[in-house]
Design a protein around this ligand. Sequence first.
Ligand SMILES: CC(C)(COP(=O)(O)OP(=O)(O)OC[C@H]1O[C@@H](n2cnc3c(N)ncnc32)[C@H](O)[C@@H]1OP(=O)(O)O)[C@@H](O)C(=O)NCCC(=O)NCCS
Length: 179
Amino acid sequence: MNATSIEPARPASEHLVSLSHHSYLIRSVSGSDELALFDMFARSSPEDLRLRCLGMIKDFPRLAAARLAHCDRGREIALVAVDGEGAAPGEIVGVAHLIEEPTEPGCAEFDILVRTDVKGHGVGFQLMKDVLARARERRLTKIVGFIAGENHAMLLMTSELGFVRDHAEMGTVRVTAML
Ligand SMILES: CC(C)(COP(=O)(O)OP(=O)(O)OC[C@H]1O[C@@H](n2cnc3c(N)ncnc32)[C@H](O)[C@@H]1OP(=O)(O)O)[C@@H](O)C(=O)NCCC(=O)NCCS
């Protein structure tokens, strides 16, 4: 038998990306990610958590981590970016999430968070591209997001990804992309 080691095949749903000379694995969330998600939320700034959920929820890191790790895969898509190298390989550093609207078939709302110290390296953009690709595979036709008016980074990113601003109310902008 040939002694050459063969890397186990990576599931088609996972892929490695190199961003700012650092590698990340993008994959679907799993039930065993709860602790790593908690760690990511706990290490993000209160301001970033506020921008993610448009309001501070008591005990947000614990609740959001449990909620995402055990999301309903029938009507939600959650992708995580996992640090593939460096001081702490295996840490989750970002999560993008879609949840289908119960009242509007084909439509889903997104939310996204990249751990504060990892922002600005392209992880958020990559997660958004991947979650939109998954949405297309699932035959979703419309993705919406609610973004704080002062969240220029996210407004710019969504516009680069083809979202248009179609509504603004109480300091929050709704952006929509037709797939
Ligand atoms: C908004 C957020 C998700 C962005 O994530 P990020 O990883 O910091 O963003 P990225 O580094 O991927 O992208 C940032 C920039 O690069 C651009 N960009 C990144 N990759 C790109 C690419 N391949 N092609 C074109 N543009 C790209 C983005 O438009 C943006 O521009 P800027 O840095 O010049 O302002 C992150 O800041 C965050 O988690 N914020 C708090 C939570 C939040 O605001 N969520 C949104 C509401 S749900």
